[in-house]
Design a binder for this molecule. Structure first.
Ligand code: T5A
Length: 199
């Protein structure tokens, strides 16, 4: 039986990494299924290191080139993701293709151009989207502003791109301004149903 592919998407500082970690612990300790977390961008590969220095503002890349590097960074992981799933391991992605498309569209690229390099990557079984009606509250969270995309004007555009172009009916939309425990409870309910359906 294969594992599920679960991804977390959303605006900066919405608590994705916090929830990814709690969800991994829940699936492993309560549902007793092996689970691996993959964070994107994966800053450990040579491409990921280029992305990291770009995000930190220590190197410059054109919008097009940075978009293609983010996508290439996902392609580097395609075989690993497929292998884990085929071995029955659940994979949780902390950001995925939708981040690539939403952020690059917010920076001015067209949807078709942004989505083309993502075609052929494994499709998630369940997508959680963390968002907030009052984005100002996210801007006040710890460390907001440390990286080049963490500026309010861009973040507002990213929200529009996700919500006007990418969200589909089967995405699970979560209010990131609720407390950590409340958000996790909502995620647990949904993920339990999806994993049980695969058994
Ligand atoms: N990007 C990424 C692209 O442009 N293209 C791409 O293809 C990809 C993959 C880096 C940047 O790259 C862009 C998007 C990003 O701008 P990242 O490393 O994932 O991507 O950066 P962030 O999304 O900013 O990740 P963060 O780690 O900063 O934020 P998270 O994971 O959303 O939030 P988290 O869990 O670290 O929590 C942030 C803070 O909020 C608190 C936490 O304790 C922490 O202090 N918090 C809460 N506080 C109150 N209530 C809650 N419910 C909270 N949950 C967490």
């Amino acid at each position: 039986m294969r594992g599920i592919l679960n991804c977390f998407e959303g605006l900066d500082r919405t608590g994705k990494s916090t929830q990814v970690q709690l969800t991994k612990e829940f699936i492993e300790n309560q549902l007793l299924k092996p689970t691996v977390v993959i964070r994107l961008p994966d800053r450990t590969t040579p491409i990921g290191q280029q992305i990291n220095s770009f995000l930190q503002g220590t190197s410059n890349l054109s919008i097009e080139l940075s978009h293609l590097l983010f996508s290439a960074n996902r392609w580097e992981l395609k075989d690993k993701i497929e292998k884990l799933i085929s071995q029955g391991v659940n994979v949780i992605l902390d950001r995925y293709s939708y981040s690539g498309i939403a952020y690059s569209m917010a920076r001015g690229l067209e949807y078709q151009w942004c989505s083309a390099p993502e075609n052929g990557l494994p499709k998630p079984d369940i997508i959680f989207y963390l968002t907030a009606n009052d984005q100002e509250k996210l801007f006040q969270r710890g460390e907001f502003g440390n990286e080049i995309f963490e500026v309010p004007e861009l973040q507002r555009k990213v929200k529009q791109m996700y919500e006007n172009n990418l969200i589909e009916d089967d995405w699970i939309v979560i209010n990131a301004l609720e407390n950590i425990e409340f958000v996790q409870t909502e995620i647990r309910k949904k993920i339990t149903i999806v994993i049980n359906n695969f058994d």
